[in-house]
Design a protein around this ligand. Sequence first.
Ligand SMILES: Cc1ncc(COP(=O)(O)O)c(C=O)c1O
Length: 367
Amino acid sequence: VTAVPRCVSQIDTPAAIVDADVLEQNIGRMAHLATKAGVDLRPHVKTHKIPEIAHLQLEAGARGITVAKLGEAEVMVESGVDDIFVAYPIVGETKLDRLCRLADLVEVRVAADSWAVLEGISAAAVRHRLRIRVRLELDTGMGRCGLQSTEQAVELALRMSDLPGVELCGVMGFSGQSYAAANSGEIVEIARAEGAQVEETAHRLRELGLDAAEVSVGSTPTSQYASLMAGVTEIRPGTYVFSDRTMVGLGWGDFDDCALSVLTTVVSRPTPNRAVLDVGSKGLTNDPSPMQGFGTVQDNPDIKLSFLSEEHGVAWLPDGVRIQVGSRLRVIPNHACGTVNMFDHVYVVRGDNVLDRWDVAARGRMQ
Ligand SMILES: Cc1ncc(COP(=O)(O)O)c(C=O)c1O
């Protein structure tokens, strides 16, 4: 293990950089927003995959965390996190046993949207002599997982009440379609519609005497409107912790609110208007952004990162930009979650000082 450099100029590139002040500010901003709206905050840690950051979120008031994959959950539990929502359908005996082992150690909730998934959880819970709390997932317009109507949710919830080892505790939605919203008005509409849909379902379930106290929603763009979603009890934003170019495009803060950047070195200047960076899709990913291009250069937004190959980033420079081979730039990525996943660790900086180096301990945990 190499020593942590003391200043940014000593960090070899490409490298993921986290600005400590902006990170803290982003964590505080969402915690405040949740408190003001009177809802629990359960951040999705897929954005950072870093236990140190999960603990900062918890210290700032988050109720627990959300993960997609059991591998992420295992890393977080090992670091001391004790309240996890697995917002993903868990299928297959191997995984169900891992889910139960987690539920034996810490407080676990899991999502389900079908009888097949529920039967699997139930059988595993019985094998492990546990009861597992389940939230039914509704498709709130993204077109991914989720029950397609309140009626379907009611039918499944009623059937579920006879299953041993599982316990209904609420409903969830996820409106990832908010990423494609054209303006803030559309985001408000998506948030309102999601809130109304999950609350209507939860209400129907409660009328039938079922437990649907927990009503969970949220992406970063929609979570900011939590106060408009009556009946919602929890938001699960993830990207807010770093923000990224896509979030800025959607009006969630500015580039100054982006905590994550990729430090890169110019390795070629083939023409007056072209610079080639030492980071390509293996660092910045090929994730698109409505803003076009593959990132925004901090302090020089006129530079266009026009295409990436695996290890090269090709930038178009306006006339007069003074960049040479050896110059170093910081690029705000299109999508923070995918970018972090490309790096073994992040350097935590304040100004030119490197405060720490954190392992991206849950990177690549797809299983
Ligand atoms: C189920 C679920 N909840 C919450 C989130 C967090 O959304 P965002 O990253 O937009 O904040 C995600 C992100 O993919 C998700 O899949």
